[in-house]
Ligand binder design. Structure first.
Ligand code: HT7
Ligand code: ZN
Length: 861
């Protein structure tokens, strides 16, 4: 397969300032006429032909300047057209069958409606085009079709004309005045209803907002609309970014490969990130909707107004936009809890990626299939890298840097280097060494040691970096990073009042040393506060320090982190050599302290009641026995549940009094209620099953009901089947809730879980054509050690069979399952061999898409 290299970038030989598209719409045969004004690019080497990229489409007619073109030919999927002149009008006609498009890339049908997905390279499945992000055009789109079948016709920009035609047909013309790359083109046609609202920008522009859904779903759009209006106001206040069209449309579709898409003025969303009502969506769903609606809206500047020069620069828009959505969500809710959640995601998803065969820098050097690079590294580590710039610069200077970036590059296709330069010039940072974050893969390891001289009161902190991976052909080099620390003086704090001055240190060499004076006693160090750098930080093992921080650190992240370290050590030790009563006692004491601590709210308390995710435990233990780790994790939950039973029951009772609302107090109550239930269920399944049943039956919201079902799904009781059946019946008409039902069963710690997954896959309402359903069942299975790492290798086999079955239908979604098998290097030898066998069987398959092939080959690597 062809590998694309970053170093091979050349500017486009031809520009396309204007595009007129006409769609004659029908479910199985849509005719597309593309009229392109093309112009030679004076900044590029002269080429005698224009290369119009295609993917699985056929040109029925090709015209140049109004006459039938001759002399063009196909090279693979691409159309090569000789052009002697400097300017031309090219017209190409293609015919599409959206109903047969199961890949959900390009133009496809979903539940009777028609829609597009063009990022990254879907436009070339609609029309032949220089489908690359550095070719920017203004689009005018005319759609016509049956008024009964497609009453709503939407595209980017503003609707400039619409009306009735003969034979029950109608048309609409949309014009987008902002030049954009083809990946931001969008079209939607179907029977849809809108939740309408409006927003007035700070300069007084009234923007009509609409969220379009299938009839019957309108009631579920209120939170998304509220989130959108909050996002629009926040981007003005915090980043000085104002919306730039008269309308902003969002459409929700049920069949979608990712979360959402930021098409200019016409965002298309997975229904999952739009629809929410208390009875059907959890608090986590509400948060995700706010975050994704914000994310897509923020792309209007970081992605659309300033786009990417090429796909190697993906983190330019994605890393920056993730940081923007993280800051937005933090501002809308709890800063502390949001930071903890973001770091948990980074650790659980990105750290394993960065230590495995699919590791890549946030700006990759090469790819075979770009869809495989929409990764936690590009998105989440990319956000961390920009967050570090913000930490080093401070908020005000960072804003100056981002203002300069937007001013310099508005209307352009930019690079990561452009962003860094703007930050240097605008924020006044020297980022010479910092650029390595863009070049090197791998999570840096930093070890910290402290020396205290009691005669002088001096404290010396020494940080040493150990580097494990690098970009292509490079020797690993140290990273530059901000390190926030605080030293707690044990002697001068009143009990319960531990405060320390925070210091921002910059680590810029393999070894860095810092001295602090005035400590009669050795202080307690709190380091990497707020997770100021995305690293693994080793601090010489000191249980009393960790226990102190787990109860008293005034940095919420570090308090959480200290407890996570204690719990991780305990689970790993239990899996290797059994439990130790003294260690357990220390842990249950901390839990008991946390449950009673009135300095924190319930949202934070819920974080402190959360055990490390299994993927983090596997990553830390490598080579890991995932089943032993899972068993040890449950045993620790049981120990906590037993030791703190009275307090946990009291929490469960106290929080049952809360009325449902979305405010922090009510959400916090639901969070700790569920965590209390999980811990109690691990300790005494039968008793907790009765508690769960009551919670389930009394629930007036999905957080409570789902929490109860999760708790009971891991218990061997007849109530389990009763409640699962009730849930299926109660929500049979709501696909998003039925997705939860699939995931809960596939993720349960249950001896027959693999049989259950097999049965679920045979149900009538399971379909490989719906990515949400496939992910619900098989991502949950792949994340469940009891299922996926079952000793016979049946879980690996099941996943490999899924990948082979799904690949011809939806290669992008199929490829997303390969990394689970690619983790074989981190797993103990017997299972590791079985995982590799499954990968080898995939590699030997006679048909593999480019998407799956790249992931399989690299995973075997
Ligand atoms: N920028 C969007 C990426 C996306 C995408 C990529 C590949 C295939 C399908 C896709 N759907 C959306 C999403 C985002 O980051 O906002
Ligand atoms: Zn994005």
């Amino acid at each position: 397969p062809l590998t694309v290299h970053r170093k091979d970038y050349r500017p486009p030989a031809w520009l396309v300032p204007e595009v007129h598209l006409t769609f004659d719409l029908a479910l199985t045969c849509t005719c597309v006429t593309a009229l392109m004004t093309v112009r030679r690019n004076p900044q590029a080497a002269r080429e005698e032909c224009i290369c119009l990229l295609g993917d699985g489409i056929v040109a029925e007619t090709v015209m140049v300047d109004g006459g039938i073109a001759t002399g063009w030919h196909m090279e693979g999927d691409d159309l090569i057209l000789p052009l002697a002149q400097d300017d031309a009008q090219i017209t190409i006609l293609t015919r599409l069958d959206p109903a047969a498009n199961t890949q959900l890339m390009g133009f496809y049908a979903s539940q009777g409606m028609l829609c597009t997905q063009c990022e990254a390279q879907g436009f070339r499945r609609i029309s032949f085009f220089p489908d690359r992000p550095d070719v920017l055009s203004t689009y005018t789109v005319r759609m016509e079709g049956s008024a009964a079948q497609f009453p709503v016709l939407l595209s980017n920009g503003n609707c400039v004309q619409s009306g009735a035609l003969d034979n029950g047909r109608h048309f609409a013309v949309w014009h987008d005045p902002w030049p954009k790359p083809s990946y931001l083109f969008a079209l939607v046609a179907g029977r849809l209803v809108a939740n309408r609202d409006d927003f007035t920008t700070r300069s007084g522009r009234k923007v009509d907002l609409a969220i379009w859904v299938r009839p019957g779903d309108e009631a579920g759009t209120a939170h998304a609309m509220q989130s959108l209006k909050h996002a629009m106001a926040w981007d003005e206040q915090v980043f000085g970014r104002e919306y730039d069209l008269d309308v902003f449309n969002i459409v929700a579709v049920s069949d979608f490969n990712m979360g959402a898409m930021e098409n200019k003025g016409l965002n298309i969303f997975n229904t999952r990130y739009i629809l929410a009502e208390p009875d059907t969506a959890t608090d986590a769903d509400y948060d995700a909707i706010e975050g994704v609606v914000g994310h897509e809206y923020f792309h209007n500047w970081s992605g659309n107004r300033v786009t990417c020069r090429d796909w190697f620069q993906l983190s330019l828009k994605e890393g920056f936009t993730v940081l923007r959505d993280q800051l937005f969500s933090a501002a809308m809710g709890s800063d502390a809890v949001k930071r903890i959640e973001d770091v948990r995601i980074l650790r659980a998803a990105q750290f394993p990626e960065d230590s495995g065969p699919l590791a890549h820098p946030i700006r990759p050097d090469s790819y075979q299939e770009i869809s495989n690079f929409y990764t936690a590294t590009v998105y989440n580590k990319g956000a961390e890298v920009i967050r570090m710039m913000r930490t080093m610069a401070g908020e005000d200077a960072f804003r100056k840097g981002s203002d300069l970036y937007f001013a310099r590059h508005d209307g352009e296709a930019a690079t990561c280097e452009d962003f860094i330069s703007a930050m240097e010039d605008g924020a006044g940072l020297d980022l010479a060494g910092f650029r390595r974050w863009y070049e090197q893969s791998g999570t840096p390891h930093v070890s910290m040691t402290m020396k205290h001289d009691s005669s002088t009161g001096a404290v010396t902190l020494t940080f040493v970096q150990r580097l494990s991976a690098s970009g292509d052909d490079q020797v690993p080099r140290p990273m530059v990073m901000p390190m926030k620390i605080a030293l707690f003086d044990r002697s001068d704090s009143a009990p319960g009042e531990f405060r320390a001055q925070e210091h921002l240190l910059i680590l810029d060499a393999r070894e860095c040393r810092f001295r602090f004076d005035g400590f009669g006693e050795a202080p307690m160090v709190s380091a990497n506060r707020g997770f100021s750098a995305p690293i693994n930080l080793d601090i010489a093992h000191d249980e009393s320090r960790l226990q102190f921080l787990a109860m008293h650190d005034d940095d919420p992240f570090c308090r959480y982190e200290a407890l996570q370290q204690i719990l991780t050590t305990e689970v790993l030790a239990t899996a290797a050599q059994g439990a130790d009563t003294q260690r357990r006692r220390a842990i249950t004491d901390i839990f008991s302290f946390t449950l009673a601590d009135d300095r924190i709210d319930d949202l934070m308390r819920g974080e402190l009641m959360t055990l490390p995710p299994i993927s983090v435990l596997i990553e830390t233990a490598a080579p890991a026995d995932p089943v032993a780790l899972q068993t040890a994790r449950i045993a620790l939950q049981a120990a906590i549940g037993t030791a703190c039973a009275d307090q946990l029951s009291a929490v469960h009772t106290r929080t049952a009094q809360h009325r449902y609302s979305l405010d922090a107090g009510s959400r916090g109550a639901r969070k700790v209620r569920n965590h209390a239930l999980f811990l109690l269920a691990a300790a005494d399944g039968d008793a907790a099953a009765r508690l769960a049943q009551r919670q389930y039956e009394n629930a007036d919201n999905m957080t409570d009901r789902q929490g109860a079902l999760v708790a009971i799904a891991g218990v061997q009781t007849s109530l389990r089947d009763t409640l699962l059946e009730d849930f299926a019946q109660r929500y049979r008409d709501n696909a998003l809730v039925i997705d939860k039902w699939y995931a809960i069963q596939a993720g349960a710690h249950h001896p027959h879980v693999l049989d259950q997954v097999s049965k679920l896959a045979k149900r009538d309402d399971f379909s490989l054509r719906n990515p949400n359903r496939v992910r619900a069942l098989y991502m949950a299975m792949a994340g469940n050690p009891t299922a996926f790492h079952e000793a016979s290798g049946a879980g690996y086999e099941m996943l490999a069979r899924l990948i082979l079955a799904l690949d011809p239908i939806n290669p992008q979604t199929a490829a997303r399952f390969v990394p689970s098998l690619g983790r074989w290097r981190r797993i103990e030898p017997a299972r590791s061999a079985l995982m590799r066998d499954a990968l080898k069987r995939l590699a030997a398959s006679s048909y593999l898409s480019r998407d799956v092939r790249e992931q399989v080959d690299k995973s075997l690597g």
